[in-house]
Design a protein around this ligand. Structure first.
Ligand SMILES: [Zn+2]
Length: 256
């Protein structure tokens, strides 16, 4: 994700990223506050694409008006390549049961509405799920959205959960967490999904991979994650690049 705001900063980010072997980007929308920014980046830079979606953490009582705006973006140029991040986040709920229930209700309403829109538009879907994996799967099942165009981003579940995505034809994508010492369960999930369906992402500015863990994440750091995957799958780095680029293109652009 391109998080620099000034033109010079973005140019520098892109340059560092190219040097590290990353040459095409998808900036992921989360709220009214960043959609225009990412649309502007996609309009300015040829190899930058963007997505639009109301993140569960950004859902409030005004979600309905915001979702209407999302629909209108799909009629503009450059057109978003996916809807996202959308989903459910039950990790950051209020400690007061009434408030927590209300947040859950609003998130479910906003997610259901966006699933309906994704179904109509037949667009790819970037799902954010935290503490709500099975609920998200169920709601996507109910929506009729084509699972082959669905990715659960920043996958932090285990083999049992990834099998549910595999069975439906969906994808999981992985961040720097995959390189962390205590992530055996997530590595097992990545191996179960397999090299041919591997998708890598930054989730920048968060979750820098080892050995730059703890620093501000940026696209250039994706190389560390790819190098880690070369070891994990016991293949050359070029194979990781080939497979993950192919899966990403397949998901977002329908390319084989
Ligand atoms: Zn997310």
């Amino acid at each position: 994700m391109l998080t620099g705001c000034g033109r010079g900063e973005v140019d520098a980010l892109i340059q560092r990223s190219r040097t590290a072997g990353v040459s095409r980007w998808i900036t992921i929308g989360t709220s009214l506050e960043d959609w225009e920014l990412y649309r502007g980046l996609a309009a300015t830079y040829k190899d930058v694409h963007w997505t639009v979606g109301l993140h569960p953490g950004s859902v409030d009582e005004t979600w309905e008006d915001q979702v209407k705006t999302i629909a209108s973006y799909f009629a503009t140029d450059p057109v978003p390549v996916a809807m996202g991040e959308v989903g459910l986040d039950f990790f950051h709920l209020s400690k007061y049961p009434d408030e927590a229930a209300e947040t859950r209700r609003l998130q479910q309403q906003a997610f259901r509405a966006q699933l309906g829109l994704a179904y109509q538009l037949d667009c790819p879907l970037v799902v954010h799920s935290r503490g709500a994996f099975r609920e998200c799967v169920q709601m996507i099942d109910d929506s009729g959205v084509d699972w082959r165009r669905v990715v659960f981003h920043c996958f932090t579940e285990g083999p049992e959960e990834i099998q549910m995505l595999i069975d439906r034809g969906g994808y999981a994508s992985f961040t720097g967490i995959l390189t962390y010492r205590n992530a055996d369960k997530i590595r097992a999930a990545a191996k179960l999904q397999g090299l041919e369906r591997l998708i890598l992402e930054t989730d920048a500015p968060y979750l820098s991979p080892e050995p730059v863990r703890g620093t501000t994440n940026e696209s250039a750091h994706l190389r560390h994650l790819a190098e880690f995957c070369a070891q994990l799958f016991n293949v050359p780095l070029t194979e990781v690049a080939r497979a993950s680029i192919r899966s990403t293109r397949n998901l977002f652009f329908g390319e084989q």
